[in-house]
Design a protein around this ligand. Sequence first.
Ligand SMILES: *Cc1c(COP(=O)(O)O)cnc(C)c1O
Length: 519
Amino acid sequence: MATEDTGKEAAIPFEGKRRKVSSHPSQNEALIFEKSSPGKRAYRLPPLDVPEADPSALLGTSARQDPGMLPELSEIEIVRHFTRLSTWNYSIDLGMYPLGSCTMKYNPRVNEFVSRLEGIAEAHPYQPESLSQGALGILHLLERCLLEITGMDAITLQPAAGAHGEFTGILLARAYHQAQGDPRHRILIPDSAHGTNPATAALCGYEVENLRSNSLGMVDLAELEHLVTGDTAALMLTNPSTIGVFESEIHKIADILHAKGALLYMDGANMNALVGKTRPGDFGVDVMHLNLHKTFSTPHGGGGPGSGPVAAKKILEPFLPTPVVVEGPRGEDGRATLRLDYDRPRTIGRVRAFYGNFGMFVRALAYILANGPDGLRQTTEDAVLNANYLRSKLEDLYELPYKTPTLHEVVFSDRRQAQKGVRTGDIAKRLIDYGFHPYTTSFPIIVPGALMIEPTESESREELDLFIDAMRQIAREAQENPELVLTAPHSTRVSRLDEVAAARKPMLRYMPPDGAVGQ
Ligand SMILES: *Cc1c(COP(=O)(O)O)cnc(C)c1O
C-alpha cells in the first residue's frame, strides 16, 4: 500500500474501530466544462434519413451561427460527475440539520410514496371538476385539518412559501380595513421578528413601526399599549417568538389591538411548538400563515417548492384569494361534490397559479393523517423536549441570554467564546468538520452573536448526543486553540468562502479561462 498517498491518515494505527469519515473518491472534481473534450458523446443517433434542414431557412437571422459551448462527455463521465457532486451535499438524510427557525425536520418516506401515486402525480390542473374530485378532496381535507389545528375559520392553500403567506395575509388585513372605510397606514413589528415580516409590511404599502422586546424577550405590553393607535392596521407577531419563547400574555396583546380596531397577524412558522397543544384561533389571532415545509415535514431548502397556507377568522373570509374549494350538493352516497368557487366579488385576487403547490399538500396531508391527533401532539412534545435537552447539556459552556423556558428551539450567544475572538460564525463553520450542518447564526438580532439551534423531533437521542459532543468539543477548542476554530472548516474542499460576494455577485455562467468563447 502506498502510504505516501494516504498521508496523515495512514499514520493513525488501525485499532479495530471503524472510522467515521472516509474521503470522497475525488475531492477535486472539475467543472463539467473543464472535463469536456471535443467529439465525445453520451448518445448515438441513427443515420439521418431525411433531407437536412437549413436552420437559417426556418429562423432567418435569428438562427445561431456558432453552436455554443456545451460540454462534451461520455455517459459514464456525466453520471459520475453528478453522483460525485451529490456526495458533497449535506442533507437531512445524512445527518442533523439544526437550523433554528427553519424547522428542518425529516420528510417521512410515506409522504413521497403517496405523492408519487399515478392518479395524484399525473393529474392535470385543468381537468374538469367532475374528474378532479379526488384532488379537490385532498385540498378540502387538508384545509379542514389545518383549520382544526389552528382554530381558525377560513383558509387558502395558495401561497407558495412563508413569506408569500405573510404577503397574502397582510393583503387580507388591508382589504378588510379598506372595506371598513378605514384604510390604516402602520404595522407594528417586534425587534425579534424574522426579516420577512417588515419586508412584507413594506411591500404591502405600510409604514413599519418597531416594537421593542422586554427583558424576557417578549412583547412589552406597556410599549404596545403606547404604540397602537387608530392608524395601526396590525401587529405581526411570531409566537413562539424567534427566541423560542411563548408569548404568555398573548390574550392581552390581542385585546389591546382589538380595542383599537387593529388585527393580530401571527407568523406561524414556529407552529412546530404548538400543534396539538394550543390554537392561535383560540388566543386571539385574526390571520396567520403556516409553513407546510417546516411544521408539516414537506421538503425544504435549495429553493424548492414550499407552501404557506393562510388561515383567517370569519371577518377576513370574503377577501380570500380565488378559487376557493366549496362543497356542492350531496350525492347518493352522502358525500358532497366539491367545486372551485371563482365568484367572490371581494377577493384580493389570485396569488399563485392554479391552486398552490399541490405536491406539498399531498405530503402534508399524508404526514398529518399518518400521525393522527395524538401523534402530532407527540411530535410537538418531542420537539420541545429535544430543544430543552440540548439547552441543559450546553448551557454551562454557552451563554444563554434569555432564561425564559425554551420551546422548540434554543438561542445561545457567543459571548464567552468571543473573549477569545471566536464568534458564532466560526463555531458554525467548525461544526461542519464534526459532520453537522451549521445552526442559524446571528439571528434573531436581539441576541448579539446568536447561535440559534432547532433540533426538531426527528432527531434521536443518539444523534443529539453526537451534536452535544461536537458543541462541547468546539467550546473547549475555542478556549485552548482558538485558531483551529477561526480557520475552520478544515475537512471541506473549499474553506471560507466570500459569502457576501456569492450573494451579491453570483457567477451563474462558465467563463473559459482564455475567454475564447463568444457571449
Ligand atoms: C421561515 C420563516 C419565514 C419565511 O418562510 P419562507 O417559507 O422561507 O418564506 C417567516 N418567518 C419565520 C419566523 C420563519 O422561520
